[in-house]
Design a protein around this ligand. Structure first.
Ligand code: PRX
Length: 651
């Protein structure tokens, strides 16, 4: 962990954008007093606050205790209670007479469309759950989901949740290698996948990757394959089944078991500061409550909303804000399979116009791409249905914010800049759309019950506008329950740096109004296009190549992606540092991890700058990667050892 002094915010944004009186008049929270009263209660009397809020869930057996924090950092929320997530997302809406209501408005990249009602979705989930149970997959077993953005992906998640199977969704852009690693770590017994998916007009051959991964993942006994793209795939007898055959004989109506509040719902792998992604574990009741309440208060979600979150289900945003949160609220969710620029740059705006989307949630990296593509694309479409906009994943620069506000929101939609993490399960900090005058670049104020603070290394709260470490000082319901199979890593990664607080890994400041400004990671993690990548992970992939002796990977600022990856590579003796090898190494990383980890820039160097104790001087490399040093032609071999010896004492 480096000092936050190295991350200085250059943002001096002082403009403020209050919500319109029309928005406020219909908002869930309409006055500051109403918010303050609830927030104070959530911090001063958390048990009362959370007990009241938990009544938003449908319980099979009421809980006896709100929070058990007797064994930190292992929290237990709503103990004694029993519920079923799939029933909270589906059955209760059907039972309330809303079965006819559209749950999913799905659009495939080639243009195929489906509207699926809550009753239909319920039936599909029951059929798959029945088939999974009949296949002998039992409560607590892990199931991998490696799918394109098709309705069956949502069905698969909810069917697992219904039975208490722990799903681990692996982003479809990850390689066979990454999929195998995750399935092995989770000891998955089954994988649900598709033959392929569409991306920018091409077929992504998912089943082919699954076949390669399964050769290395002996725990997986069942492979269930949705037919999406139709190209020939290998089906291994006894292991592989077509999804339609698998569910064929199962009924669309089945009761659901009662699961304990703390039953694990899913594992989601995310990058950290070591070479191996960690399996973040989330629970049932606390997670669902966090996802649902933030939808209600931050997205101001109402019964009549048409809500679209553009995240892939492979990321936590897709879990909390495409599936669990909005479905628990009974909203209508838009789901789109493909790329924003297929067949042209207007695809997203066409979708918003077609479905009359009211709430739209996307990432700053996408917004920066929209800005680049030009106003003419959104301007060709009627976006008047929109009433609220959101962003997530990385700090948003004020230019992108104001463009989003003006061109997409027509100047009338509040923007919620939501800060959170895979580990937090739900949004921790955001403007309250009906009352907060938002400032571009700031994620504003903590959500109910979230004791967020900027502190020094000793945990002392810092004065306004002083950069420090972002921590959460009290447990919250949707917090991660651990790192799968590795309690020690859980303690060490999050709780040891600034005890007894949860350390987020981010640097931040709080301004004089109490608004938070997140500056970025202070550890060896970078946010590339809104996706978190551990530089160590990419380094491990590079050094696994036969030609590489040593590698160091750092982030550098990138106009579009926020940060881009720059790799410094030292070769083994006798290897030629040419363009061919550069391309080969980039392709190697794509194969090992996935295209998102492919270095944007790769430089060969005879040695890496190190401190006397042998630690790679990442700060120096970051400067070089950001162009702060005169390094000449980037394609040539460089030797940083001289620079290194000059600066050896800096780190
Ligand atoms: O650095 C912060 C950044 O994304 C990290 C979490 O990444 P991940 O677990 O992949 O989850 C992304 C989606 C929740 C954080 O530690 N981050 C996320 N949202 C924001 C942000 N940085 C600034 N502003 C945000 N709104």
């Amino acid at each position: 962990m480096s000092t936050p002094g190295g991350i200085e915010s250059t943002l001096q944004e002082l403009r403020s954008f209050p919500p319109s009186p029309e928005f406020t008049a219909q908002a869930v929270i309409r006055t500051q007093a109403e918010f303050d009263q609830l927030y104070q209660q959530s911090i001063n009397e958390p048990e009362t606050f959370w007990r009241n809020q938990a009544s938003n869930l449908t319980w099979i057996k009421p809980f006896s205790r709100v929070l058990d924090w007797s064994n930190p950092p292992f929290a237990r929320w709503f103990t004694g209670g029993e519920l079923n997530i799939s029933s909270n997302c589906l059955d209760r809406h059907v039972a309330a007479g809303n079965g006819h209501k559209t749950a999913l408005l799905w659009e495939g990249e080639p243009g195929d469309r489906l509207a699926i009602s809550y009753a239909d979705l319920h039936a599909q989930v029951c059929r798959l759950a029945g088939a999974l149970a009949a296949a002998g997959i039992r409560t607590g077993d892990r199931v991998a989901i490696y799918m394109p953005m098709i309705p069956e992906a949502v069905v698969a998640m909810l069917a697992c949740a219904r039975l208490g199977l722990v799903h681990t969704v692996v982003f479809g852009g990850f390689s066979a290698e990454s999929l195998a690693d995750r399935m092995n770590d989770a000891k998955a017994v089954a994988v649900i996948t598709a033959d392929g998916g569409y991306r920018r007009g091409k077929i992504v051959e998912l089943k082919k990757n699954v076949d390669a991964a399964l050769a290395k993942a002996p725990s997986v006994r069942h492979c269930i394959v949705v037919k999406r793209t139709g190209q020939p795939v290998d089906m291994k007898a006894g292991r592989d089944t077509w999804y339609s055959d698998f569910i064929d004989s199962f009924s669309g109506d089945a009761p659901c078991p009662a699961l304990q509040s703390e039953h694990p719902l899913f594992i989601l792998y995310t990058s950290g500061t070591t070479g191996k992604p960690k399996g973040v574990v989330h629970s049932t009741a606390g997670y669902l409550l966090g996802a649902m309440l933030t939808c209600k208060y931050i997205f101001d979600l109402k019964n009549e909303d048409i809500y679209w979150c553009t995240a892939d289900i492979g990321w936590v945003t897709g879990h909390s804000y495409m599936v669990y949160g909005p479905l628990a609220c009974g909203a209508t969710v838009v789901m789109y399979e493909g790329a924003p620029n297929h067949p042209d740059f207007g695809r997203f705006w066409e979708i918003i116009e077609r479905y009359k989307v009211t709430v739209f949630y996307t990432a700053p990296t996408a917004i920066r791409a929209f800005v680049k593509w030009g106003d003419e694309y959104p301007n060709q479409h009627n976006l008047k249905s929109l009433r609220l906009l959101g962003t997530v994943g990385e700090p948003i620069n004020p230019e992108a914010w104001t463009w989003y506000h003006r061109v997409i929101g027509g100047g009338r939609c509040p923007i919620v800049d939501t800060w959170w993490q895979t580990e937090t399960g739900s949004i921790m900090c955001s403007p309250m759309p009906g009352i907060t005058a938002a400032t571009p670049g700031s994620c504003a104020i903590p959500f109910f019950g979230i004791d967020l603070a900027v502190v020094d290394r000793q945990g002392n709260e810092l004065p306004p506008n002083t950069g420090g470490y972002l921590v959460i000082r009290k447990p919250w319901p949707s917090m991660l329950r651990g790192v799968y199979g590795d309690d020690e890593r859980f303690r060490q990664q999050y709780w040891r740096d600034i005890p007894p607080f949860y350390f987020t890994g981010d640097g931040a400041r709080r301004d004089e109004k109490g608004f938070f400004w997140v500056m970025g990671r202070v550890d060896d993690v970078v946010n590339v296009a809104g996706h978190r990548l551990g530089t160590m992970e990419v380094e491990s992939a590079l050094v696994a190549h036969a030609s590489v002796a040593e590698a160091a990977v750092v982030g550098r600022p990138d106009e579009l992606k926020g940060q881009a990856l720059c790799a410094f590579v030292t070769l083994k003796a006798g290897r030629t540092p040419d363009e061919k090898l550069k391309d080969e190494l980039k392709a190697w990383v794509t194969r090992e991890i996935g295209a998102i980890a492919r270095p944007d820039e790769l430089r060969f160097t005879e040695s890496l700058p190190k401190t006397r104790s042998g630690k790679i001087m990442r700060r120096l490399l970051r400067d070089i990667a950001a162009g702060k040093e005169s390094v000449g032609d980037t394609s040539t071999l460089e030797d940083y050892s001289v620079l290194a010896s000059l600066r050896a004492d800096q780190e």
